[in-house]
Write a protein that binds this ligand. Structure first.
Ligand SMILES: C[S@@+](CC[C@H](N)C(=O)[O-])C[C@H]1O[C@@H](n2cnc3c(N)ncnc32)[C@H](O)[C@@H]1O
Length: 320
């Protein structure tokens, strides 16, 4: 599969022509840049091309903050010289007495063991062999890398809003059947009914309009396809979001509350993480940084500890 057969126009979902340095929609004519071989399929990148069309090119202030925040994180990892040690951007999972669902052990030699464990727990016994896999919010590619250590998906696509993250993924993971694009989870440039599994780890709570993301998940999955999902949210918000997914026709296959595992992981890992992210701290985002790494005493840590927020895994399936 080439990038012009996998990726569609985020505006109208029609085919794109690959013109090497840009991709052009055959239907609405919007042009999207391709930088360092990576298609940037964001509407804001096409802004101004057809000012009079009924297209919303705007990006919310919150989304811009998310983009800038992760760009700073990427810079900090580079500047601390840890770029080859940081493949994940999540809080991780440390085993305790809770039941575990992973069917594979974390390799003893794994770097970022708690994050490897988190993806293995999230996917449980799902078998990716021969399947078409999409990860939305793929960060630095650790989840896709891990899945490919155990399975041979037919094709894999990684999508993230942050160019620096996607560039890093592309530098060590791209192959004949693994492709990446910069795109928005709320406007995924992918065809209806085209993937067997969608993975989404600790990303969705950053989305401006989570319902649009859920619509995209339901649209892109094939009937019977799996949504392998983990995130941290306020309990009532989580409950109503899952209700919303069910109202779209997704059935719940598994639910596990892993808050205590994530708290334990935060406690085990935060000192190591501070070393990788010290440059972000120097840029003046101390509180955001402490939240991002789940430092004990941070807002996110306290919210999980007090029970206001929970970190949960859901496996949902689109109806046949
Ligand atoms: C906490 S990180 C987790 C990354 C990865 N899932 C992991 O487990 O390591 C959240 C990721 O979601 C991405 N993200 C946030 N908002 C997004 C959006 N609207 N569309 C696509 N990706 C988004 C961020 O750029 C970031 O890479």
């Amino acid at each position: 599969m080439t990038k012009n057969t996998i990726f569609k126009c985020p505006n109208c979902k029609n085919n794109l022509i690959d013109l090497v340095e840009q991709m052009t929609c055959i239907q609405c004519g919007l042009n999207y840049p391709v930088r360092d071989r990576i298609p940037i399929l964001l509407l804001e990148e096409a802004a101004g091309q057809y000012g009079d069309k009924n297209i919303d090119y705007t990006i919310t202030a919150h989304k811009q903050e998310v983009k800038d925040g992760y760009t700073n994180v990427a810079k900090s990892i580079e500047q601390s010289g840890m770029q080859d040690n940081v493949y994940f951007l999540n809080l991780g999972y440390a085993p305790d007495d809770n039941p575990q669902y992973a069917v594979h052990d974390v390799p003893l030699t794994a770097i970022n063991k708690n994050s490897v464990k988190l993806i293995l727990e999230t996917i449980g016994d799902y078998d990716f062999n021969g399947k078409d896999l999409l990860e939305v919010g793929c960060g630095r590619g650790g989840n896709i890398y891990t899945i490919h250590q155990y399975y041979e998906p037919r094709t894999t696509v990684g999508v993230d809003l942050c160019k620096a993250n996607v560039k890093y993924c592309d530098s060590y993971l791209s192959s004949h059947n693994i492709s990446f694009t910069v795109a928005d989870a709320e406007k995924l440039p992918l065809e209806d009914n085209s993937f067997d599994a969608i993975v989404n780890i600790e990303s969705s709570s950053a989305y401006t309009d989570i319902k649009s993301f859920y619509h995209n998940v339901n649209r892109i999955l094939r009937p019977g396809g799996f949504f392998l999902y983990a995130d941290v949210m306020e309990n009532s918000v989580f409950d109503s979001n899952i209700q919303y997914l069910k109202s779209l026709g997704m059935e719940q296959f598994r639910y596990t509350d892993i808050t205590t595992n994530v708290l334990l992981s935060c406690y085990q890992e935060y000192r190591k993480k501070i070393l990788a992210y010290k440059e972000v701290e120097e840029l003046g985002n101390k509180e955001d940084l402490e939240d991002f790494i789940g430092k004990p005493g941070s807002k996110i840590y306290n919210n999980m500890k007090s029970g206001r927020k929970s970190y949960r895994i859901y496996n949902l399936r689109k109806q046949q």
